[in-house]
Design a protein around this ligand. Structure first.
Ligand code: FES
Length: 160
């Protein structure tokens, strides 16, 4: 993570071990994930042993320790979604994007994550596109969503 960004996050938190979780949340929000270097910096600056920083970062599933794509498709595989064919959706995403959960497409645009519940069971199956929930998903709707994201992101490159 770039030094300026991490300095801004650490401002007012140095030597304050109780700020660990908030600091890790801010790093992930800014950078998309928490790198080993980030963990060492947090350890040094907050005064928390690096093993404890790693312990917290790896304990909470909400923290990512590997880079993700620009767009993270979070595929719910919880029971309520499972009975509505969420496995089919996951297989479809894997096939469409050519990656497995936890991987990133070669262009860095997509990654897939699987989770056990997104808290919207009645509207399942749920697929989350970064922070946006898509409910009652079907393979056809997922294909359209992926196509729309590709068009949108490709258009963004041309306009850049
Ligand atoms: S099981 Fe999918 S949202 Fe709860």
């Amino acid at each position: 993570m770039v030094q300026d960004a991490i300095n801004r996050i650490l401002e007012g938190r140095r030597s304050q071990p109780h700020q660990l979780i908030e600091t890790l949340q801010d790093i992930q929000e800014t950078n998309g994930y928490i790198s080993k270097d980030d963990m060492q910096t947090v350890s040094r600056e907050l005064g928390v042993p690096v093993i404890d920083v790693y312990g917290v970062a790896s304990f909470y599933k909400a923290f990512r320790l590997k880079p993700t794509g620009k767009i993270v498709l979070t595929m719910c595989q919880g029971t309520a979604c499972h009975v509505r064919n969420s496995r089919l959706l996951l297989d479809h995403a894997v096939m469409e994007l050519g990656i497995k959960p936890g991987e990133v497409t070669a262009d860095g645009l997509f990654s897939i994550e699987r989770v056990n519940c997104l808290g919207a069971c009645a509207m399942g199956p749920i697929v989350k596109e970064n922070m946006i929930y898509h409910d009652h998903m079907t393979p056809a709707k997922l294909r359209k969503l992926i196509e729309a994201i590709r068009r949108r992101e490709d258009g963004g490159k041309k306009n850049a």
